[in-house]
Design a protein around this ligand. Sequence first.
Ligand code: GLA
Length: 378
Amino acid sequence: MIDALNRLFRSTFDGPPDLIARAPGRVNLIGGHTDYNDGFVLPAAISRQTLAAARRRDDREIRLVAGDLGNAQTRFSLAEPIVSDQREPWSNYVRGMADGLLGAGLDLPGADIAIMGDMPQGAGLSSSAALEIATGLALSALAGEPHFDRTKLAQLGQRAEHQFAGCNCGIMDQLVSARAVAGAALLIDCRSLDAQPISIPDDVVIMIVHSGVERELVDGAYNDRRAQCEAAAEHYGVKALRDLAEVPEQGKLDPLAWKRARHVITENARTLEAASMLPLRTLSRLGELMAESHASTRTDFQNSVPAIDDLVALIHDAIGSDGGARMTGGGFGGAVVALVDKGALDRVQKTVLKRYRTPSGAPPLVMIERPASGASLL
Ligand code: GLA
């Protein structure tokens, strides 16, 4: 991919880039929709990633080319207020990062940037966070700040989503893309932003299966869920649902908001328990926690879809006590994540390829992963 990226850069902008930044996608093992409730998540970075090749310009223009989108090009100026763009919406993540870095006081120069990645679209593996972190890192390095604080970079990525892309997401995707540690998942406390590496034993693999149901136009449903959680927290008089250890009586709270809250409160507890089980390799208990997480997602949070439920059930049966599976990511399509004992992987993978078909009738894309490291300059 690096050769292809260099070729794209040279053919678009003439000459070589000054630097290349990479940022990984992520898969969340457990802790769905807990991040924006100040709760706990347990994601890992994956080998699929986004690369940004960049070179300083002498003016204040940012010029972009996207190799994955038919070499689409766009540009904007740092000398004028940066606004989102409807024609090339993918560029909004980069616009948001440039705007955020300027706001953080960096002396950003103009730049030519070529972008390329190998993340499957619509799989819910956070290609947008990887794009934010890769381009944010490239821009900060061009501004002479290659060690710009990674947590701050993640926060600017989240801000770009809120202000330039219209998704009121939490901090998980950006934080793990920026700060992941190879071989480990990160137990993130989304209130303090403390991120503790939780090592994943060598003989446990992460299997990701793309359902083929693409996540599309789901920001509205996502923002609705977030608003329901915030309404529930307000109803119970706490800052965030994180502050409730037990599921309270429904009382006068709207039934849907109560269900959303029940998911979040129980999910936080499951996430903490899973983080303590993972290094011990207690796969049967991890499998139970993942199954409970998926059931809660389906019935209380109501952001799964039938194809994903079928896929989770199928993987669950094939795995038995050798691991577990649940939907990962924002929901309404995308991928299923499974933790699988290496010895059972072949059996599970064969079952999935034989028995699951995407909506177009094809066998699913199966990715076998070990946790990757966070963003870096190559
Ligand atoms: C999306 C968001 C994250 C998180 C997950 C659900 O990936 O970007 O912040 O809320 O959904 O866990």
